[in-house]
Design a binder for this molecule. Structure first.
Ligand code: FMN
Length: 196
């Protein structure tokens, strides 16, 4: 069957341009609360599978990576320490595009890289990491105790950087869904169409 052309969908971009477009969406989402690329599900697979929403805090195109912030004491950190392989999943409901990005997470805490991410954080964000109880512990009341100063949170702050190894995109279309895989090749990227 011949390939249909839908120039309006980024899935038809050449691989390099597609990756650049995606990195641009991720970067734009950092300052755009309405972006569908702001809140991926981060899936880990140590022990049992687990997924949760995170906020994209920064993104890079070369190398292709997505940054998130989290609490060093959280289950996801323990899971990523055990098995850094992870998956980020977005769904752009306006364009009806699903993006899956597989990669390896690197974790930074207490180092220069983490400090660079920590410094610009607004006080209310930083204070969240000053929660006294470990994330996931039982409480006898709804609200956890949070220490007063932003700097109280620093010791629990963790910067996660997911280095993206490959991508899959799915464009929903009533005339036929379109799916592709984007993989590294010879210092660049190649795109393969796959059956949806
Ligand atoms: C919209 C939204 C954004 C979130 N962003 C983050 C985030 O950036 N980092 C984070 O650690 N948790 C974030 N969370 C909370 C996580 O989804 C999760 O509940 C929490 O981190 C505990 O996950 P874990 O026990 O798997 O580590 C967010 C939740 C929602 C609903």
């Amino acid at each position: 069957m011949s390939e249909r052309r839908e120039p309006s969908s980024p899935i038809h971009l050449a691989p390099k341009e597609l990756v650049a477009w995606l990195a641009g969406q991720w970067r734009d989402s950092v300052s755009n609360p309405d972006s569908p690329y702001r809140l991926p599900i981060l899936v880990t697979m140590a022990g049992s599978p687990a997924g949760r929403t995170v906020v994209v805090r920064e993104a890079g195109e070369s190398p292709l990576e997505v940054h998130f912030h989290t609490d060093l004491r959280s289950a996801k950190v323990a899971q990523l320490r055990e098995s850094p392989a992870c998956l980020l999943v977005w769904y752009d409901a306006r364009s009806r595009i699903q993006v899956q990005a597989r990669g390896q997470a690197r974790l930074h805490s207490g180092d220069e890289r983490a400090r660079q991410a920590w410094e610009p954080l607004p006080v209310h964000n930083g204070r969240q990491y000053g929660q006294v109880e470990f994330p996931g512990t039982s409480l006898s009341h709804p609200l956890a105790e949070v220490l007063p100063e932003k700097e109280d949170g620093w010791r629990n702050f963790c910067l996660g950087i997911v280095g993206i190894a490959d991508l899959e995109l799915l464009q929903l279309d009533r005339d036929g869904n379109i799916r592709c895989r984007v993989e590294p090749s010879g210092g660049g990227w190649i795109k393969r169409w796959i059956a949806p």
